[in-house]
Design a protein around this ligand. Sequence first.
Ligand code: PAF
Length: 323
Amino acid sequence: MKFGHIAAACLSLALSAGAFAQTTTLKIGYATSKESHYGVGSTVFCDEIEKGTQGRYKCQHFANSALGGEREQIEAIQLGTQDLLNTSTGPVGNFVPEVKIVDIPFLFRDYDHARKVMDGPIGQDILTKFPSKGIIALAWTENGFRHMTNSKRDIVKPTDAAGLKMRTMENKVHMDGYRTFGILPTPMAFPELFGALQQGTVDGQENPIPVILSAKFSQVQKHLSLTGHVYSPALLLLSPKVWNKLSDADKKVFVDAAQKASVAQRKKVNDDENNGIAQLEKDGMKVTKTVDGAAFREALKPAYVGYAKEFGADNIKKISDVK
Ligand code: PAF
């Protein structure tokens, strides 16, 4: 082989090795710690895309709201300044209105019901509404059923909750429902919540057990009531800026990875529900396990009139009827 040929071969080898070694690092954000349900799901997603793209994509994790509140992070996904977000639906309905229906309190009977709806035609159809809003929804993940905590008293029925100033997500569907319990809803971004509870700006808040554990709310809240008043779905969101650059094969890797993440995240929610309550008791919380669910549902009836008007009674029934 002539020198010129050898040089050309070396150059082409070097170029292909360079292309092979090129790695894109994606920024992924979520509200709680890396060990929490969001962290577990996000880690599985990131491990899977790294494996499935032979290292061409990997993640940098921004846990504990390091990139801001969930609303801010959704805006960043739209802008393309953040790549990935594992978020509750809390603020998502402000961007994709079709999501709001799944935020109705007492809509889902249990985890089995909620997961069937999300993984079935209703939930999957909602995912198709995202791209026109500048967001790619890869899969439903999970936050969990929300329970109330406060610094004042045990909550068994709505009259116990009445008058409590309670932080809520920036979610009108929740707030309309909680008002019927007599609660004074105070919408606030999650990163501000620990301080607000500590300073007594609000009396309480509501979140799933994995969040109450991870955020260490036992340090600032005495009473936990297992109200399970609303299911809090979550989503793994991706910026279209990234999605539009992916090959079809890589798109499949990302979607499959998101589905695996969802399984892992849901398992962590189950594990925390099973073991976390005892831990919170050990940490000093007084846990009310028997709540008058019927009284909460009864109180909620006026809000359901509004939900039926906004979302259609038939559409709500379609979700309730899923077995
Ligand atoms: O309460 C909230 O805002 C959400 O449940 C949280 C903790 C950010 C997790 O998605």
